[in-house]
Design a protein around this ligand. Structure first.
Ligand SMILES: Cc1cc2nc3c(=O)[nH]c(=O)nc-3n(C[C@H](O)[C@H](O)[C@H](O)COP(=O)(O)OP(=O)(O)OC[C@H]3O[C@@H](n4cnc5c(N)ncnc54)[C@H](O)[C@@H]3O)c2cc1C
Ligand code: SF4
Ligand code: SF4
Ligand code: FES
Length: 625
């Protein structure tokens, strides 16, 4: 399709901008104390198309640093998603920022579209602007983001004798013809001038990446263990600035803010940073990216390897904002790539990396209304909740999947479904009281209202288990998701589809053993062997079984055919290493071992970044692996 390109004299252009300011919220690039910022224009003369780089990217207007997701009523546990979006025009967006917006669109609009982002995006008109002055920090030409062919509604190029305007969408054209006067078709000479400007632009970049951008993921696979990461990360102040200023970083946190009367409130989304230590912290206190090295390296790998594999683009557009923002001068992606390229041979190990299959999630961030129908106290710290999805006839799920439990005024927490699928609209959760949400849930009564999002994540692959012997290994509260699968396998309808069943279950003390009555029932089923252990038996408690960690139970069972046995392991993070060693020692193959992992989660739908292990989203590709 041939391009539509027009020209406005400078005075006509400023009148056009003036008209936009009168009719819309119009954001443009302005100078502020020696720096450039995207901010609301009060006059067209404030607009600076000659800027080099702004402090923050225009993403601020599409995914704001602080935004109200919904307003809620605490008593009714009902929420209203934030309404209304002003029509907004952003003028002067450089090509690299347009590419960054296209990347965000892919993440936020494709799978589980984010309603608020979508609405904001639909109400935003992007008027791009070719780069006139190249920032000393930018390396956009190395990533081919110094120019764009699409992603804008209008694209401006400032020449000496006027502004050339390329049309990128019908919306853009309409805007131009409605609010501008003196529009002429751009002459061949002007079009050539623009093209020459774009072609010559790469010469102005001082900072360059020394390899082709397509080679960056391969280089990163080779240098995962390189001493460079340790050397550089030692200097990191963990301030998070490099992610805050980045147009392609979109991880977030969610929390509830309650009004002074405690009757209503707002669920708030804020930007978050994977460079901060608490980003991966879970209730047991475990932090999954513990060291500065882990967190510092993760930022580069997320941008250069994990996201490219998932979405097919490098998640850096070379704007250079992080370079400018980082005080110890260690956030520079171009410099890191060039150094690693030069010192590649110093690396000890290669990162073998494959993205597992996930499930397509349709869940949104808005919880569905649900009711607590039954509560059973299991131990001092664990309660069972039967939940009814009030607005649904059926709640279909697979054993191993989880839901996000929402209590407006407190927040959300991921909890595994503990009952087998029944085809009804009810299911069971078993919750250990560890913090705010779980504590609040423990104080609730039958008939109380909560919110549920889900089912989420990938459950157990039951088809793969058919005809096989099954060995379940549970540690502590790990029995909760396993119970869903165990009850499914042992049910009358399904029992004949599976071979012999072994269950090894370790708890801290006799008082912590969950579902003792059910376990006795399970034992009565044909071909089921169950062994229990406790770490200790304090004085005053009775225990006839084994004392020791769960791995001590392996000596008590005899697996018939390890090659025809599938092991399913769920427990606290420390348990996995030891249990997996035992499984391998008895001859069970890697591909026949399934685990369910706990990670910090916020969105549950592959967006917020909290649950990531390298490039894998535990909430989407897991929790069962
Ligand atoms: C897939 C999955 C399934 C789970 N299934 C169960 C289950 O069946 N039963 C059960 O009792 N627990 C389960 N958990 C753990 C449960 O999600 C956490 O205990 C819960 O989020 C803690 O929330 P809180 O508000 O009570 O604690 P908080 O008051 O928020 O915090 C206590 C601590 O937990 C950390 N934390 C905060 N948010 C999260 C989060 N979203 N995920 C993990 N840690 C967090 C905080 O950093 C803090 O250190 C599961 C977790 C995952 C990821
Ligand atoms: S990583 Fe740095 S250079 Fe790359 S897009 Fe983000 S802020 Fe810009
Ligand atoms: S790399 Fe730099 S900007 Fe990023 S967290 Fe560390 S010190 Fe802050
Ligand atoms: S990406 Fe948000 S919890 Fe997985």
């Amino acid at each position: 399709m041939s391009k539509e390109i027009y020209k406005l004299d400078k005075d006509d252009f400023y009148r056009f901008v003036e008209n936009l300011i009168e009719n819309f919220e119009t954001i443009g690039v302005k100078e502020k104390r020696g720096n450039f910022v995207f901010s609301e224009l009060e006059s067209s003369r404030e607009l600076r198309l000659d800027y080099d780089i702004t402090i923050l990217p225009p993403k601020v207007f599409l995914l704001p640093p602080y935004e109200k997701l919904m307003k809620f009523d605490v008593k009714e546990q009902r929420a209203r998603i934030s309404k209304g979006e002003t029509k907004r025009i952003i003028i002067g967006v450089h090509p690299y920022d347009i590419v960054a917006i296209k990347q965000m669109d892919k993440v936020y609009l494709k799978e589980s579209p984010d309603e608020l982002y979508k609405r904001r995006r639909e109400n935003t008109i992007i008027i791009g602007s070719d780069i006139i002055n190249v920032s000393e920090y930018s390396f956009a030409s190395s990533l081919d983001t110094h120019r764009v062919e699409d992603g804008f509604d209008l694209l401006l190029t400032e020449l000496d004798d006027g502004i050339i305007i390329e049309v990128g969408s019908e919306k853009g054209k309409e805007l131009l013809f409605k609010y501008a006067q003196g529009i002429e078709e751009a002459s061949e000479k002007h079009i050539e001038k623009v093209e020459r400007h774009r072609e010559k632009l790469p010469e102005k970049y001082k900072l360059k990446i020394e390899i082709e951008k397509d080679q960056i993921p391969f280089l990163l696979m080779d240098v995962y263990e390189h001493p460079f990461w340790e050397e550089e990360s030692e200097k990191c102040l963990q301030c998070g600035s490099c992610t805050i200023v980045c147009p392609t970083c979109y991880c977030y946190d969610v929390r509830d803010e309650v009004s002074i009367t405690l009757e209503s409130g707002e669920r708030i989304r804020t930007w978050d940073s994977c460079l901060l230590p608490d980003f991966t912290k879970i209730a047991s206190g475990e932090i999954f990216r513990k060291s500065k090295l882990d967190r510092y390296r993760h930022r580069f790998y997320r941008k250069g390897l994990y996201i490219p594999l998932r979405y097919n683009f490098i998640a850096c557009v070379g704007c250079g904002r992080c370079i400018k923002a980082c005080i110890p001068k260690i956030a520079n992606p171009a410099e890191a790539i060039n150094t690693l390229l030069e010192r590649r041979s110093k690396s000890k190990g290669k990162l073998i990396y494959r993205l597992p299959e996930g499930v397509e999630s349709r869940a949104s961030f808005v919880p569905e209304f649900a009711m607590i129908r039954r509560i059973e106290t299991l131990t001092e710290s664990e309660k069972l909740f039967e939940i009814e999805m009030v607005g649904r006839d059926k709640f279909n799920f697979q054993p191993g999947q989880f839901v996000e439990v929402s209590i407006f005024g407190v927040g959300e927490a991921p909890i595994s479904i503990s009952s087998p699928p029944t085809g009804s609209n009810r299911f069971e959760l078993v919750v250990r009281k560890v913090g705010n949400l779980t504590g609040k849930l423990h104080s609730m009564k039958e008939g109380d209202k909560i919110g549920i999002r889900g089912p989420l994540g990938k459950g157990f692959n039951i088809d793969e288990m058919e005809g096989k012997d099954l060995l379940f290994v549970a540690g502590g509260i790990g029995i909760v998701p396993l119970r869903s699968l165990i009850k499914y396998v042992l049910s009358k309808n399904n029992r004949s589809r599976f071979g012999k069943v072994f269950i090894l279950y370790g708890s801290r003390t006799p008082r912590d053993v969950l579902f003792m009555d059910e376990i006795k029932e399970w034992e009565k089923t044909r071909d089921v062997e169950i062994r229990l252990s406790v770490d200790t038996c304090p004085e005053g408690m009775r225990w006839d079984g084994k004392i020791g960690v769960v791995t001590t139970l392996f000596s008590e069972i005899e697996i018939r055919d390890p090659r025809n046995t599938i092991a399913i392991v769920v427990g606290p993070p420390v348990m996995y290493k030891f249990v997996i060693k035992c499984l391998k020692d008895i001859g069970i193959r890697d591909e026949d071992i399934f685990v369910s992992l706990e990670r910090r989660m916020k969105c549950g739908i592959g967006k917020c970044g909290h649950c990531q292990i390298n490039g894998v989203y535990v909430c989407k590709e897991g929790p069962v692996f």
